[in-house]
Design a protein around this ligand. Structure first.
Ligand SMILES: Cc1ncc(COP(=O)(O)O)c(C=O)c1O
Length: 387
């Protein structure tokens, strides 16, 4: 049997994780700012998450959501203070793309309209519906025709928002475009987007699969922008490492959904519920949001200090602990050098080194990561200079 590698092989065998570190098969420790593409924001093997999963495993591991179980009530209680504004309802699913599918289906059902608006350079997942609203043609075109009509507008361009019309069921937007290069939305743009969607009766879906659950220094990244969306998708960080995703909905939308409108065998299974419960407790008890906000500023400052003299560094940007270093060439060599320096990061877009750091990252970790990035960028510069 062979494992099909769809993500590119990093050439490392990892055997253990603890907080912000992972260890390879030879016992070498790595600072993990890759975090499973942003999943382990609460660190590897977070104690609370282990405690909740272990306890749940002793009781029951699988149960259809047709049956109630006490951990579900506990999750709803723990999640309540963290829920997106006015969104009292949650549908639990398994992966980010499934939450996006559920959001798009919900928007079509609620509005009775078909057209979806998305943005250039967006990434929303790889199943058919989510792929239709994902910009990258390489991912999309081999599988067309996908869901339609979908119109892509330019991110951060207010003029183009007039294309959102009375045919539009929903507009889906990442508050910070993650996969395409850690590109934050402008506040004016998000405000104008909210206004236009409201004007024409289209739903505004914020896709917070990557930005959500504290990473950017707010529970939800849309909270940086002073708007309230209609639907919110979450994933990655919300399960503290366990695979789970969610669609959050306000009452007026949730009330219109009926049995059979959506579903998933594993969605909302007790283990996932226990993981979300634990993750919610960690977020509150450990001041995760404040830490992400403060540490994000410190990390950016250290990166500026260590990298800004390099001519191939164009920009260091991001919010909280979602940070990108835009360079003038593809980051593959730099990422490899960083890995050799025992720092794991990932790329975003074609020219960005991305850090999705866990909240317990320390100042010395940040310095280590910045030194590794400096070495990686300089080695790439040298390699390119010598051809
Ligand atoms: C904004 C956004 N939406 C959706 C997804 C898809 O999530 P998943 O890979 O869990 O299906 C991702 C994954 O990176 C994402 O960043």
């Amino acid at each position: 049997m062979k494992f099909i590698q769809l993500y590119g092989d990093r050439g490392l065998t990892i055997v253990k994780g603890e907080d912000q570190y992972v260890w390879d098969i030879n016992g070498t420790r790595y600072l993990d700012l890759h975090t499973g593409i942003g999943v382990a924001f609460l660190g590897h093997r977070n104690r609370r998450v282990i405690e909740y999963l272990s306890r749940q495993m002793e009781n029951i591991m699988t149960l259809s959501t047709s049956f109630s179980t006490p951990i579900r009530d506990e999750m709803l209680k723990e999640l309540d203070p963290l829920k997106p504004d006015k969104m009292d309802n949650i549908i639990l699913l398994n992966s980010g793309t499934e939450a996006v599918e559920a959001a798009l289906k919900t928007a079509r059902k609620i509005t009775g309209r078909k057209k979806i608006v998305a943005f250039k350079n967006s990434f929303h997942g790889r199943t058919a519906g989510s792929l239709s609203v994902t910009w990258n043609r390489r991912y999309r075109e081999p599988f067309e025709p996908l869901m339609s009509p979908v119109q892509f507008l330019t991110y951060n361009n207010i003029d183009e928002l007039k294309n959102i019309d009375e045919q539009t069921a929903a507009v889906i937007v990442e508050p910070i475009q993650g996969e395409s290069g850690v590109i934050p939305a402008n506040e004016d743009f998000i405000k104008a987007l909210r206004e236009q969607t409201q004007k024409v009766g289209a739903l505004l879906v914020v896709d917070e699969v990557q930005t959500g659950f504290g990473r950017t220094g707010k529970v939800w990244a849309y909270q940086h922008y002073g708007i309230i969306p209609d639907l919110l998708t979450a994933g990655k960080a919300i399960g503290g490492g366990f695979p789970v995703s969610a669609l959050f909905l306000p009452d007026w939308i949730a009330e219109k959904l009926e049995e059979g409108d959506h579903g998933s065998t594993y969605g909302g299974n007790p283990m996932a519920i226990a993981a979300v419960t634990a993750a919610s407790k960690v977020l509150k008890e450990d001041n995760v949001i404040e830490q992400a906000s403060i540490k994000g500023e410190i990390f950016k400052k250290i990166l500026q200090e260590k990298l800004s003299d390099l001519k191939s560094v164009r920009e260091i940007r991001g919010k909280g602990l979602m940070i990108g270093i835009e360079i003038r060439f593809p980051p593959a060599i730099a990422l490899k050098v960083m890995q050799d320096e025992r720092v794991l990061a990932l790329k975003a877009g074609s020219t960005v080194i991305r850090f999705l750091a866990p909240y317990m990252i320390t100042q010395s970790d940040m310095e280590e990561a910045s030194n590794a990035a400096r070495k990686g960028i300089i080695e790439t510069e040298n390699k390119r200079a010598t051809g």
